[in-house]
Design a protein around this ligand. Structure first.
Ligand code: PMT
Length: 398
């Protein structure tokens, strides 16, 4: 489930209370979860519970009066890898099958490009009703997957088939779906991430504010696309585990270059998001420098340019993507780097943009290619940006 974007639609049935367990379990497995509720469902489970567990705001209406936000069904549909509607009432299923679109959840369903899965929940007579069975046939024909209701005691007190599948059964279906749909790529990416540290003496160093979040987000997005990833990172607190990930931890720019050189020939693509220190002290003192007997200046020498090395030592098929972190004359500087370093794409981010670049979860970037393509991405989560970056790179091959 790691990094999967699961959109959960909750409709008005008693089984809605079980959804809390499903959300919790999906979050434990590091899926991203957003929820859309029908107005009726909030009588069965509180939106506060749903938003607290999913760690995201819950959308109920198109227009959220309290926050003044417009909940865009198309954005939800584009965001989701999968839309799971659980519990799905007879009413919602009927509307889905017949093109009725009178709430946010339904509008999102009709906008979905990815898969929708439905877990019905209702009383046993409704579950057998010809009208319900007709609607289910229509949904299957429309490409919707159905997780059949289970047998047992129903809220009405009757016994029979109609209980929503248990959350762990729903999870099994989700896991199977993701396993079946996992891309089987045979491509390898080299990604650099985080800062480098250049020692002045055993206790001091030159570095920068990079946290590694941007590079790790790129690695995560690439893994989800099925790439094998060589992640070479400077000192960072970020964590990532995946069978197709090989992580190499380094400290200095020299070490980072060495690690890139070791894997580069085996890679189809390089994405260089590390904030490499351009300079290092000419000498590293073996002992701690003392104020009294240290010169006023520390002599610096240039570090190797890792990105440039990779770009100028590539086979034709290898694509090279750089980042540019600028404080001023942003576009001009980024385009110069694109040209001088002979890149396929450059991703510009600027310290002028509030809430972007170093440290946080968000970034705002513009992607340029050498043919003049410009893609402006608004301020958004680094992972979202990483997905759009991989999309853009894949279009270079198309
Ligand atoms: O890690 P985060 O906190 O999430 O922050 C993300 C980020 C701001 C660090 C990231 O988005 C970013 O902009 N990374 C590149 C930072 C940088 O060093 O930019 P630059 O303009 O100085 O370098 C241009 C390119 O050359 C970069 O791809 C860089 O990795 C590469 N480079 C630079 C110098 C050098 N010696 N070797 C290199 O490979």
């Amino acid at each position: 489930m790691y990094g999967k974007r699961i959109l959960l639609g909750i409709t008005g049935g008693i089984a809605a209370y079980k959804i809390a367990y499903l959300i919790r379990s999906l979050k434990r497995q590091e899926a991203e979860v957003k929820c859309i509720m029908t107005p009726a469902s909030s009588s069965f489970i509180s939106p506060l519970v749903v938003s607290t567990l999913s760690k995201n705001e819950v959308a109920i209406e198109f227009w959220d009066k309290a926050s003044g936000t417009w909940n865009n069904h198309v954005e939800y549909a584009e965001w989701a890898d999968i839309f799971i509607i659980a519990p799905a009432t007879m009413n919602t299923i009927g509307k889905m099958a017949n093109g009725l679109c009178d709430n946010l959840l339904l509008a999102t369903y009709f906008s979905m490009k990815g898969k929708t899965i439905v877990a019905p929940a209702m009383d046993l007579d409704m579950y057998k009703h010809p009208s319900f069975l007709r609607n289910i046939d229509t949904l299957i024909h429309d490409g919707v997957a159905i997780i059949p209701a289970e047998d047992g005691e129903l809220a009405s007190g009757l016994e029979g088939q109609g209980r929503m599948a248990e959350p762990d059964h729903i999870e099994t279906h989700l896991n199977e779906y993701f396993k079946r749909s996992a891309p089987k790529l045979d491509k390898k990416i080299c990604i650099t991430a985080g800062p480098t540290q250049e020692a002045i003496d055993p206790v001091r160093y030159i570095s920068n504010h990079s946290s590694g979040k941007m590079g790790f987000s790129v690695a995560k997005a690439a893994l989800l696309r099925g790439y094998e990833v060589e992640l070479i990172c400077g000192p960072t607190k970020e964590q990532l585990f995946h069978p197709k990930l090989r992580r190499t931890d380094v400290k200095t720019a020299e070490e980072m270059l060495d690690a890139v050189q070791r894997c580069w020939q085996k890679c189809d693509l390089g994405i260089f998001s590390a904030a490499v220190a351009d300079f290092k002290p000419a000498k590293t003192s073996k002992t701690k420098l003392k104020k009294e007997n240290t010169d006023e200046f520390i002599e610096l020498v240039q570090n190797p340019d890792i990105l440039k090395w990779a770009s100028f030592h590539r086979e034709n098929k290898q694509k090279v993507v750089g980042f540019a972190l600028e404080t001023n004359n942003e576009q001009e500087n980024a385009l110069l780097k694109l040209k001088r370093k002979n890149l396929d794409l450059i991703v510009l981010n600027s310290t002028q943009d509030k809430g972007a670049t170093f440290g946080g979860e968000m970034n705002k970037v513009t992607i340029f290619d050498k043919e003049g393509l410009v893609i402006d991405l608004k301020l958004q989560n680094k992972f979202e940006i990483a997905i759009k970056l991989i999309d853009t790179i894949e279009k270079l091959d198309a």
